[in-house]
Design a protein around this ligand. Structure first.
Ligand SMILES: [Zn+2]
Length: 326
């Protein structure tokens, strides 16, 4: 089957993204509002990139890359709660292509999603905020007492078949207990007001509690190369792209400090790069499903990159950090 086959995940996501781009274009013509940096509140920023529809700026003080001017906050929050039909369509595609869970426990010292937390805490109560279908909870349950927070009714209902899921925004929940670990997998980029979220997390963490963050990295080679065409900026859902410095700033403002920091995934493939240089207008970073044998080519490049083992330093496309209370 080619990458454009009807049952192919990349093909379906590519088609879905075309609708996302149309909607982003519609949003760009609505009333947007100019804002200060959502982390440090600085009014000083410079243009960073346009994703064909919306502009992103870089804060001159903390270096956060953020959508500016932005969409109304209420619209964003309602979108997470299921009002956004495109988001619901994405979850339907993701649900269809989910792989079954491994029944045996992963090795927490080599598992990419677990090792950063496990090095610091081997037991305790863990809350995964924005847990989606509960895929991380399935891994973490072997080591921790796990619960999730999820506002989207569709994904929350699937996760709730096996786990305790709190179905609202953290700020609206009264959990009545404290946690040792809070995890944020790919949600920080879409949060309109990150300091509020982190202050709320501070309240529910024990004194030696930790936050795990996995989120797009604005210092990556891939963002420098693709800018507005980077996967971190496509569509309209990215509010914030952090780097080490802006994350440090967020931590300091909300009572935390960085305990560990690394980055992962180069996310640059020759298959993509050649297409970008020849057809920039239709290029979709990591989702160029129209290229013959696309998924196989990307998989082969991924394998090669793994073997080469380049040290990405702070330049991987995602940052992975653990924060602790000050
Ligand atoms: Zn800032």
């Amino acid at each position: 089957m080619t990458a454009t086959g009807s049952g192919c995940y990349t093909g379906e996501i590519h088609s879905w993204l075309q609708k996302v781009f149309v909607y982003a274009d519609y949003l760009s013509k609505q009333r947007l509002f100019t804002r200060n940096c959502p982390v440090c509140n600085s009014a000083k920023n410079t243009f960073y990139a346009n994703n064909d529809h919306l502009d992103y700026c870089r804060c001159s003080t903390c270096s956060l890359v953020f959508m500016n001017p932005s969409i109304k906050y209420d619209a964003i929050q309602d979108g997470f709660k299921g009002a956004d039909e495109l988001l619901m369509e994405y979850f339907a595609i993701a649900a269809k292509h989910r792989r079954p869970h491994e029944s045996h426990p992963p090795d927490p010292m080599t598992d990419n999603k677990l090792l950063d937390v496990f090095k610091i805490k081997q037991t305790g109560r863990l809350l995964d905020i924005g847990c989606s279908f509960g895929d991380f909870l399935h891994k973490a349950k072997h080591f921790y007492e796990v619960e999730g927070v999820e506002v989207n009714p569709f994904t929350a209902s699937i996760a709730a078949r096996e786990f305790t899921i709190h179905h609202d925004f953290l700020s609206k929940l009264n959990l009545g207990k404290r946690y040792d670990i809070v995890t944020l997998h790919q949600i920080l980029y879409g949060i309109p007001d990150p300091p509020s979220l982190f202050r709320d997390i501070n309240e529910i963490l024990v004194d030696d509690g930790i936050i795990y963050v996995n989120t797009p990295n604005s210092d990556s080679y891939a963002m420098q190369l693709y800018r507005g065409k980077s996967n971190h900026l496509y569509g309209y859902t990215s509010q914030n792209v952090f780097n080490r410095n802006s994350l440090k700033q967020l931590a300091e403002l909300t009572g935390f400090r960085i305990r560990s920091f690394r980055t992962e995934w180069l996310d640059i493939y020759l298959t993509d790069l050649m297409h970008y240089l020849d057809h920039e207008a239709e290029f979709v970073h990591k989702k160029n499903a129209g290229i013959e044998g696309y998924d196989e080519k990307i998989r082969a490049e991924e394998e090669l990159q793994r073997k080469l083992g380049h040290d990405l330093g702070n330049r991987g496309n995602y940052l992975v950090a653990v924060l602790e209370k000050k």
